[in-house]
Design a protein around this ligand. Structure first.
Ligand code: DC
Length: 218
C-alpha cells in the first residue's frame, strides 16, 4: 500500500531534488508545492497587482487555470512558466504571497486534493504541520545557510548563470526569516517529523537515509 511523504525545510535545502529522486526510486509522484506559490507570485506580478493585496490575488487565482503536471511542469492558462518562476525576483515574491492566509487556503486545498490518492511526496514548508498532517513519513530537511548558498553557487556555475555568493547568502537568510516568522503556517518542524541535517551529507546519503526511514514504515 502506498503512503504519503512530507518533506519540509528552509529554502535551498535540497528538498525538491531529494523528493524527485525518491519519487523515481519508489514509483511515487513528487509535488513541488513551492512552485505553486511561485506561480501565484508570477501571475500577481504579471497582472500588476500589489504583492499584499489578498483580495485581488485570490480573485486572480480563481480566474486563472493553474495546472501542475506529474513532473512538476507548471502552466497558467496554458502558458508554461516552469523556468521563469525560478528567478530570484519570483523567489522573494513567492515568499511574500505565501504570507497571505487566503492564498494559502486556496493552494492547500489543491495540494490535498492532488495527494488524496496516496503515493505522493510533497515538499514545502507546511506539509507535515498543515497540508498532510497525517502523512505516514515526515522529514524536516535542514542545512546551514552557508552550505545552502554554496550549493546554489555550484548549481549556477554548472548552468552558466552569473552568481554572487554574498547576495545568495543574504537572500537565503532573508527568506528563512520571512518563512519562519510569518503568522500563517510558518516553517517549523512537525512534532512527529524526523530532522535531517544535510550540511555534511552527500545527496545520495540523504536519499538512502530517507529510504531507510520509509522502508521501516511500509
Ligand atoms: O520551495 P520554494 O523555495 O520554491 O518556495 C517558494 C516560497 O513559497 C517559499 O519562500 C515559501 C513558500 N512556500 C510555502 O509557504 N509553503 C509551501 N508549502 C511551499 C512554499
Amino acid at each position: 500500500m502506498k503512503i504519503n511523504i512530507a518533506i519540509d525545510g528552509p529554502s535551498a535545502a535540497g528538498k525538491s531534488t531529494v523528493a524527485k529522486e525518491l519519487a523515481k526510486r519508489l514509483g511515487y509522484t513528487h509535488l513541488d508545492t513551492g512552485s505553486m506559490y511561485r506561480a501565484v507570485a508570477y501571475i500577481t506580478k504579471e497582472a500588476n497587482i500589489k504583492i499584499d493585496d489578498e483580495e485581488k490575488i485570490v480573485n486572480l487565482i480563481n480566474m486563472s487555470n493553474i495546472e501542475i503536471s506529474n513532473d512538476n511542469h507548471i502552466t497558467v492558462n496554458g502558458k508554461d512558466i516552469t523556468e521563469i518562476i525560478r528567478s530570484n525576483e519570483i523567489s522573494m515574491a513567492a515568499s511574500d504571497v505565501s504570507k497571505l492566509k487566503r492564498v494559502r487556503e486556496a493552494l492547500v486545498a489543491m495540494q490535498r486534493k492532488i495527494a488524496s490518492q496516496k503515493g505522493y511526496i510533497l515538499d514545502g514548508r507546511d506539509i507535515g504541520t498543515v497540508v498532510l498532517k497525517d502523512a505516514e513519513v515526515k522529514i524536516y530537511l535542514i542545512a546551514s545557510a552557508e552550505t545552502r548558498a554554496q550549493r546554489r553557487v555550484l548549481q549556477n556555475k554548472e548552468k552558466g548563470i552569473p552568481y554572487d555568493y554574498e547576495q545568495i547568502l543574504e537572500d537565503i537568510k532573508k527568506r528563512d526569516y520571512q518563512d519562519i516568522h510569518r503568522k500563517e503556517s510558518p516553517l517549523k518542524k512537525a512534532e512527529d517529523a524526523i530532522e535531517l541535517d544535510s550540511s555534511d551529507m552527500t545527496q545520495e546519503e540523504v536519499i538512502l537515509e530517507i529510504l531507510d526511514i520509509i522502508n521501516k514504515r511500509i
